[in-house]
Design a protein around this ligand. Structure first.
Ligand SMILES: N[C@@H](CCC(=O)N[C@@H](CS)C(=O)NCC(=O)O)C(=O)O
Length: 206
C-alpha cells in the first residue's frame, strides 16, 4: 500500500492522490502540513528535507516533488496507460507538467494566498491584480491549446491532465472574475468527471 503524506487542500497533494487513483493503487493519505503541522518535525524531514508536501512512500522508496511523484506512479503502475514510452509523446506531457510548476502555479499562488488565506484587512490589491493578470494570460494559452485536442498531450488522457487540472480547479473556484473559455471548460468537465478525480479535487477549496 502506498502512503501519501499531505493535506488534500494542497494542489500538489491533489496531483499525487489523483495519479494513485488513476493507476488503481490503494493508498493511505496522512494529513500533514498547513493547519495539521508536522511537516517540520525531524521524522518528516528525514523523508522530505524540504519540509513540504506531498511525499510518497512506496515500500522502501520515498519520493518528493509532486510532478516526480506523478511520473513515478505513471511509469511504475501506469505503463501503457498514463505513462508515455515514446519520447516525443512523453515530452508533450512533460512540458505541460513543467509549465504547471514553473508558470501556472507561480502565477496563481499569490492571488490564492491573498484571497483565501489572508485576512481581508491585510490583503494587497496590487498583488491580487497582478496574480489575476498573470494567471489569465496563462489560461489563455491553455484555451488556445485545447481548441485543437481532447487532452493536454493529445487524444489520450494522461500525466499532464492530472498535473494541470488541480490548478484549473482551484482557479475556477476562487472569487475572481471567470472569463469564458469553452475549450478549457469542456476539458475540465471531462477530466474532473473521472472517478479518480473526485477524491483529489475537494470543494470548497481552502
Ligand atoms: N515543488 C514542490 C512544492 C511543494 C509545496 O510547495 N508544497 C506546499 C503545499 S502546496 C507545502 O508544503 N506547504 C507547506 C504546508 O502545507 O505546511 C512540489 O511540487 O511538490
Amino acid at each position: 500500500m502506498l502512503t501519501i503524506w499531505g493535506r488534500i487542500s494542497s494542489i500538489n497533494v491533489q496531483k499525487a492522490v489523483w495519479a494513485a487513483g488513476e493507476v488503481g493503487q490503494p493508498f493511505e493519505r496522512i494529513d500533514i502540513g498547513g493547519q495539521f503541522g508536522g511537516n517540520k518535525e525531524p521524522a518528516y524531514l528525514a523523508k522530505n528535507p524540504n519540509g513540504q508536501i506531498p511525499t510518497l512512500e512506496d515500500g522502501e522508496l520515498c519520493i518528493w516533488e509532486s510532478n516526480s511523484i506523478v511520473r513515478y506512479l505513471a511509469a511504475r503502475y501506469g505503463a501503457g496507460w498514463i505513462w508515455e514510452e515514446d519520447p516525443a509523446r512523453r515530452a508533450d506531457a512533460d512540458r505541460w507538467m513543467d509549465w504547471m510548476l514553473a508558470e501556472l502555479q507561480p502565477a496563481m499562488t499569490p492571488g490564492f494566498w491573498q484571497l483565501l488565506r489572508t485576512p481581508a484587512e491585510q490583503r494587497d490589491p496590487a498583488v491580487i491584480e497582478a496574480s489575476i493578470a498573470r494567471t489569465e494570460a496563462k489560461l489563455d494559452i491553455l484555451e488556445a491549446h485545447l481548441a485543437g485536442r481532447t487532452y493536454l498531450a493529445g487524444e489520450r488522457f494522461g500525466m499532464a491532465d492530472i498535473t494541470v487540472a488541480p490548478g484549473v480547479h482551484r482557479w475556477r473556484n476562487m472569487p475572481v472574475p471567470q472569463k469564458e473559455r469553452p475549450h478549457l471548460a469542456r476539458w475540465y468537465a471531462q477530466v474532473a468527471a473521472r472517478p479518480a478525480a473526485g477524491p483529489a479535487l475537494p470543494l470548497p477549496i481552502s
